[in-house]
Design a protein around this ligand. Structure first.
Ligand SMILES: CC(C)(COP(=O)(O)OP(=O)(O)OC[C@H]1O[C@@H](n2cnc3c(N)ncnc32)[C@H](O)[C@@H]1OP(=O)(O)O)[C@@H](O)C(=O)NCCC(=O)NCCS
Length: 324
């Protein structure tokens, strides 16, 4: 199968011979009432990733399609030079969307599209993605972790209730100085890869937290390279006081103002989170959304304390064109 790398930088002249990128930008980032429909069509994760690529590309992602402009499958992945550590499955993040399952399967099997020699994670909602990745991983003798999520989307972010913080508390963006706290409390955290990834999210993507009187976060939420809400958390001693609501309200307003959909994935048994988000007006979408982590071996990351939390290896932007 032929692969095309789409350069989304508006300063760049062409995608592949003969295709104008400015047109691609317009087509892939619809405005106004079309947005919701396009968003559902392309699926939030791929859509969010492409929008970030279009807006400075802070996570250094690139977009592949099987053909253009009538594509059947889209794959987003980090540019090769971004993944400096082959075990770092946080940075090595793929998303996929298809209109034709066979084309998607062929793309995922293509080692020029997916580097199966490196650890990576891939996000996908549609039938067959989980099975395809599982079968390829098995055939290659690779370890795979599976996280099935419920997908929640807010249909009308401006209508989300905004909660004023209690006296003595204030809302603010998350600071890089809080990265270690966030890493220590994250279900997926506790290592150097996760700390580096959280630093990237804090520095380059919208976030919100509720600061206590001493200036320490007591509740927070980040967004990731696919524009999904991630690592929503309230310190255990402060739970049940609806602190997450004000945090998510602030973050949703920021995302909406920038034209992003407001959505997230929640593990099915996480009743407090599902309950809290539904109270804010999020709707559970049908289907299972998978986060699949594939690893070539059992390489362990160094403990997070070994990494300076100020370090941020991700490039800010820039482009490298490739036709595959
Ligand atoms: C999920 C979480 C962020 C909620 O934060 P919070 O600030 O306590 O949020 P809220 O105060 O709004 O409480 C959540 C709601 O769930 C309810 N709840 C608590 N435990 C519950 C349970 N076991 N089953 C159902 N509902 C529950 C609370 O009563 C509250 O409901 P209410 O709005 O009707 O009063 C917090 O529990 C947390 O940090 N959990 C660990 C990390 C996590 O799971 N993050 C989400 C990842 S998607």
């Amino acid at each position: 199968m032929g692969l095309l790398y789409i350069c989304m930088n508006p300063m760049c002249a062409s995608v592949s011979p003969g295709y104008q990128v400015r047109e691609a930008n317009r087509e892939r980032e619809p405005a106004g009432c079309e947005k919701q429909q396009k968003c559902e069509e392309m699926q939030q994760r791929v859509y969010g990733a492409v929008m970030h690529v279009n807006r400075g590309n802070p996570a250094g992602q690139e977009v592949l399609v099987d053909s253009w402009p009538e594509f059947k499958t889209v794959l987003t992945r980090p540019r090769r030079e971004v993944v400096q550590d082959p075990s770092d499955y946080f940075t090595n993040l793929y998303t996929t969307f298809y209109r034709d399952e066979d084309t998607c399967q062929a793309l995922l099997e293509n080692s020029r599209a997916v580097d199966w020699g490196q650890a990576f994670q891939i996000l996908g909602l549609q039938d067959g993605v989980y099975e395809t990745i599982r079968d390829i991983a098995r055939a290659r003798g690779l370890e795979m972790e599976t996280y099935p999520y419920r997908l929640l989307l807010h249909p009308d972010p401006p209508a989300m209730p905004q909660y004023r913080p209690d006296k003595g508390l204030r809302l603010a963006p998350v600071s890089p100085a809080h990265a270690t706290l966030l890493n220590d409390t994250w279900k997926f955290g506790g290592n150097t890869w996760s700390l580096r990834y959280l630093c990237l999210l804090i520095r380059h993507f919208p976030s919100a937290c509720l600061l206590g009187p001493e200036g320490t976060p007591i509740s927070w939420c980040l967004t990731d390279p696919v524009a999904a809400l991630t690592h929503g958390y309230t310190l255990p001693e402060h739970r049940g006081q609806h602190y997450l609501r004000s945090v998510v309200g602030m973050l949703a307003a920021q995302l909406h103002a920038r034209g992003f959909p407001v959505y997230t994935g929640v593990l099915p048994h996480n009743e407090p989170s599902l309950h809290s988000l539904q109270r804010l007006g999020f709707r559970i979408l049908p289907g299972v959304f998978y986060r699949l982590i594939v690893r070539p071996g059992f390489t362990q990351s160094r403990p997070a304390s070994a990494l300076d939390s100020g370090q941020d290896p991700a490039p800010s932007s820039g482009e490298r064109r490739r036709t595959q």
